[in-house]
Design a binder for this molecule. Structure first.
Ligand code: ZN
Length: 264
């Protein structure tokens, strides 16, 4: 089976219903992907994940598979419309749109997309709880039902040498990610990936909140860990591709109702 077949199979939920949207043309699929990406940025803005010009979410183009769509450098997440997104090729050149690409966005995301052909989208920002947790140089523990989404499915990039502008470092981040859904970049922040934009954005949001929950719990005492069997079972329930996709939908409904100009 192809990767696409595998993903389609993964996305079949209850009663075998496929949650994956289908498209009549590449243009339609591209449009859909860009709308989800714009909505992802609006949600990042809403949650306060911006920090100056840092942070990027990328979506692989459905036709030019080594190209990705990303936010224009310096634009506030909360202002981004589908038409503002820029298309970047495998050399880091902007081939559609009138803006610069963040150098770190290219260095990290191009290598993550190259290392993981199954990944449609990748999300990274300097969100406060994610970067606070990253400073501890530890993986998240299974201390809540929600954090089990990351149980044995995330990694630590145990290195920090400054802003990532070197493709070699992006490669090492892609290597650290392995086949997981997320990587904690020590002293930097979180990076999540998904088989859809929906999934990558949801993992980022729930991982940020899992970092917040563990910081709060450890500040107050010693959290009780969920045992291995229960954490593994819970991971299969809340950490699947379909679960990530479905969990994003209420947020998408909210942000698109409140900010319909993101479709422009
Ligand atoms: Zn960063």
């Amino acid at each position: 089976m192809s990767d696409a077949d595998d993903i389609a199979e993964d996305m079949k939920g209850l009663a075998g219903i496929s949650y994956l949207p289908t498209f009549d043309s590449i243009d339609e699929e591209r449009r859909h992907r860009k709308e989800r990406l714009a909505a992802g940025f609006r949600l990042f803005g809403r949650f306060g994940f911006d920090e100056g010009v840092a942070g990027h979410i990328t979506a692989r183009d459905p036709e030019l598979l080594d190209h990705f769509w990303v936010n224009p450098f310096g634009m506030n997440f909360s202002h981004i419309r589908a038409s503002d997104l820029i298309l970047v090729n495998d050399k880091g050149e902007v081939v559609e749109g009138d803006a610069f690409v963040n150098g770190a966005a290219f260095a990290i995301h191009s290598q993550v997309h190259a290392a993981r052909p199954d990944v449609i989208a990748a999300a990274h920002s300097h969100s406060i709880y994610g970067k606070s947790w990253s400073a501890l140089g530890r993986l998240l523990d299974p201390i809540t039902q929600d954090s089990c989404a990351f149980y044995k499915d995330h990694a630590l990039f145990d290195d920090f040498t400054g802003v990532v502008l070197d493709l070699e470092e992006g490669k090492r981040i892609g290597h650290a990610l392995g086949d997981g859904k997320a990587v904690i970049l020590r002293n930097h922040g979180l990076l999540t990936v998904g088989h859809s934009v929906d999934e990558a954005v949801w993992w980022f949001i729930t991982m940020e909140r899992s970092c917040q929950a563990q910081l709060l719990a450890e500040a107050a005492g010693t959290p009780v860990l969920i045992d291995d069997d229960s954490a593994t079972l819970t991971a299969s329930q809340v950490g699947s591709h379909i679960s990530g996709y479905v969990s994003f939908q209420p947020l998408y409904a909210k942000i698109t109702r409140e900010q319909p100009d993101l479709f422009d």
